[in-house]
Design a protein around this ligand. Structure first.
Ligand code: G3I
Length: 379
């Protein structure tokens, strides 16, 4: 009886989507970590937010709660209360947790950025990573280890206090500390404005590529690149993002879409264009075997960091949350692609698809029956 009541409650609060399956079910079927940045709202907004999050996404990342200023505002005094609430909700709903972030120049307390001695700053960084990674060890599948270290419109490093006081090797150290603190977590370099290989992002994406390629060459434990993906409606070129993904994959690195939003205004034409853009980005992801994480930077427009009136995410509303056309774009991208991976060495003319997820071993992709997969070209 209790179970029937629960099922009814769940189906009533389900936001309307054109397909029969939720976005979470579709993402699960492809083995994609499909998530949202989370800041838990209060009052009447909480329940609809939580039900949308747990029904439509299989992954969470704390929008702010794990950042340095919120976890270690005072030296060696750690506060995980806000982040724990999000982690507990996420794991208790059978979802995955992504970590954001260990080392960034922003949202860092003054007691850190005022340290001038290289060795002291490295020791403080190591302790922060140890405590944060240690507290969540086994609960977080992937961490943003270093955030935004390349300068805008440049191939060079941002002249942050990390870079100025330690040197470029602060990045190497952060990855090594993170790997030692949680050897099972995937470790990611995360940046914005470096998604494509043409236009305004071309130079910075090369800077990021050179950085991660150097890390790989030096044997630094890095597993992937985070493409933040804060876009405007016409601010990106899908083909060039696909080309960038391919060159990153060729380094043996994963791709995580870590902070996607596509800003526009609330007209029917713009919502349709927003849908088309979400669809094309998810289509890119499902066609790249190493694109395994696809996170939107928020659940609903009302909570977007873009502020009041933002029209950037997949869902709208607060006390009642409904799916926007963009959510159908995600759904269509995942369910509409029938040919993504082909089982390698299958009989000629017989295309066997992997619909049930995939995993990676020694740089190759396999389906859940252990058959090696090859990626088919993006249509
Ligand atoms: O928590 C305080 C609150 O106590 C205070 O009353 C209020 C007054 O302004 O500020 C609150 O803090 C704000 C915090 O968000 C929580 O809402 C900060 O001012 C505000 O600066 C902060 O903004 C966050 C921003 O990072 C900081 O740089 C955004 O929410 C967050 O979405 C954004 O996320 C970043 C990623 O971490 C890295 N990539 C870019 C992305 C967008 O900027």
């Amino acid at each position: 009886m209790k179970r029937i009541a629960l099922l009814i409650a769940v189906s009533i609060s389900m936001p309307a989507l054109s397909g029969a399956q939720t976005l979470r079910q579709l993402a699960d079927s492809r083995g994609i970590h499909f998530g949202a940045a989370v800041t838990l709202p209060t009052g009447a907004n909480l329940a609809p937010y939580e039900s949308t999050l747990s029904q439509q996404f299989n992954t969470s990342v704390c929008e702010n709660a794990m950042k340095w200023q919120n976890t270690e505002g005072t030296r060696n005094v750690f506060n995980f209360t806000a982040a724990d609430a999000i982690v507990d909700f996420t794991l208790s709903h059978g979802m995955y947790m992504r970590g954001h972030n260990f080392v960034w120049h922003s949202q860092v307390p003054g007691w850190v950025s005022n340290i001038t001695n290289r060795d002291t700053l490295l020791a403080v960084m190591k302790n922060h990573i140890n405590q944060l990674a240690g507290h969540y060890k086994g609960k977080i599948y992937e961490w943003d280890v270093v955030n935004e270290a390349i300068a805008d419109g440049s191939t060079g490093f941002r002249t942050s206090f990390w870079y100025q006081r330690i040197g470029a090797d602060f990045i190497d150290s952060a990855f090594v500390y993170a790997h030692r603190a949680d050897p099972n977590a995937l470790l990611v370099y995360n940046d914005y404005g470096a998604e494509g290989m043409t236009g305004s992002t071309a130079t910075k994406s090369t800077g990021v590529y050179n950085l991660v390629s150097g890390l790989k060459t030096r044997g630094i434990p890095i597993n992937g690149v985070g493409l933040q993906s804060h876009f405007n409606l016409n601010g990106f070129d899908t083909a060039s993002i696909g080309a960038n993904m391919s060159r990153i994959e060729a380094l043996g690195l994963n791709i995580s879409i870590t902070e996607l939003d596509i800003s526009t205004s609330n007209t029917t034409a713009n919502l349709d264009a927003q849908k088309a853009n979400y669809k094309s980005l998810m289509t890119l992801c499902v066609h790249h075997p190493r694109c395994k994480t696809f996170i939107t930077w928020g659940v609903n427009d009302a909570q977007s960091w873009k502020g009041a009136g933002a029209v950037a995410l997949l869902f709208t509303g607060t006390t009642t949350i409904t799916a926007k056309p963009a959510a159908s774009g995600i759904s269509e991208a995942i369910s509409g692609v029938s040919s993504v991976w082909q089982v390698a060495n299958g009989r000629p003319g017989v295309l066997r698809q992997s619909h049930l997820g995939r995993f990676e071993l020694n740089g190759s992709m396999f389906d859940l029956r252990g058959r090696k997969l090859v990626a088919l070209p993006v249509p």
